[in-house]
Design a protein around this ligand. Structure first.
Ligand code: SAM
Length: 279
């Protein structure tokens, strides 16, 4: 299976007259070893329908097509979305019928927009929207059982951070609602064209059941947002407007078995679910 290297990526970009934009987070992988590693670490196989967000010129798509049953690729840039089937027809004609391209904004898609039900997410995510895209997909596509995404290194740290660590915050707790999230290796800058000015990292996600609670996910997420909006404050103070008053917040926290002088960064997703259910 031939993959896209630096020469192929440049040639394609020139042919399409593409100037990669920062706005759309367009950094294309030019290294076959990197895309092979992503597919290997993702652990996807012939049983999987893979959702790829932002296939770009097709670097990762080509590596996926050789290993999985089907790839559903969602690309916002109409020029890239239009070219992808042609690139695959030329470089991997034997797998061309396994690819569906959906020209859409990943932040707005739902199951009804996809031609097949995806079992796994594998993507080099556009960096400026990586967290909202990831949380949106986990929410609207419960069929996704696992994922391997490439994001900015700092975002990888935040997504996988445990309670109490410096980088623990809203993305960490919300991702933990849906999945077991781990860092799965660093990625340097030179595997991209153009090279970004930040390092990247792989993040693996394995879906698990959300915390058992009598309240909705939205209600739990509202507590998380409130607790981290003022992360230096104690929970008693940070949750005052959410609960109505500081005294009400204190009573709710005590009812949930949480010390009101703690800070949000000490709590795990189950703690937040208990607070939401205790109001
Ligand atoms: N997967 C390719 C690779 O590894 O070479 C390209 C990855 S590049 C980091 C991100 C891609 O996401 C670009 O192709 C960009 O056009 C696309 N993109 C940006 N925002 C998007 C969105 N909201 N929905 C879908 N695709 C998006």
């Amino acid at each position: 299976m031939s993959l896209l290297g630096p020469v192929e990526v440049r040639t394609l970009a020139e042919k399409l007259n593409i100037r990669p934009t920062k706005k759309l987070g367009q950094n294309f992988v030019i290294d076959g070893g990197t895309v092979r590693k992503i597919v290997r670490v993702a652990g996807v196989g012939p049983q999987d329908v893979v959702l790829e967000i932002g296939p770009g010129l097709g670097s990762l798509t080509l590596a996926l097509l050789g290993e999985v049953a089907r790839v559903v690729a969602v690309e916002i840039d109409p020029v890239l979305a239009g070219q992808l089937p042609l690139t695959v027809a030329e470089m991997a004609p034997e797998h061309a019928d396994r690819l569906s391209v959906v020209g859409a904004d990943a932040l707005k898609i739902g199951p009804e927009d996809l031609p097949a039900t995806p079992t796994a997410l594998v993507a080099n995510l556009p960096y400026n929207v990586s967290v909202p895209v990831l949380l949106h997909l986990l929410e609207v596509l419960p069929s996704l059982r696992r994922g391997l995404v490439m994001v900015q290194s700092e975002v990888a740290d935040r997504l996988a951070a445990p309670p109490g660590s410096r980088t623990y915050g809203v993305p960490s707790v919300k991702a933990a609602w849906y999945a077991d999230v781990r860092r799965a290796g660093p990625v340097g800058r030179n595997v991209f064209w153009p090279a970004p000015n930040v390092d990247s990292g792989l993040v693996s996600l394995i879906r698990r059941d959300p915390p058992e609670t009598s309240v909705s996910r939205e209600e739990v997420f509202a507590v998380i947002d409130a607790a981290f909006a003022q992360r230096r404050k104690t929970l008693r103070a940070a949750l005052a407007s959410w609960a109505g008053t500081a005294a009400a917040a204190e009573a709710t926290l005590k009812a949930a078995g949480i010390n009101p002088t703690e800070r949000g960064e000490q709590l795990n997703v189950h703690d937040f679910a208990r607070i939401a259910a205790s109001r």
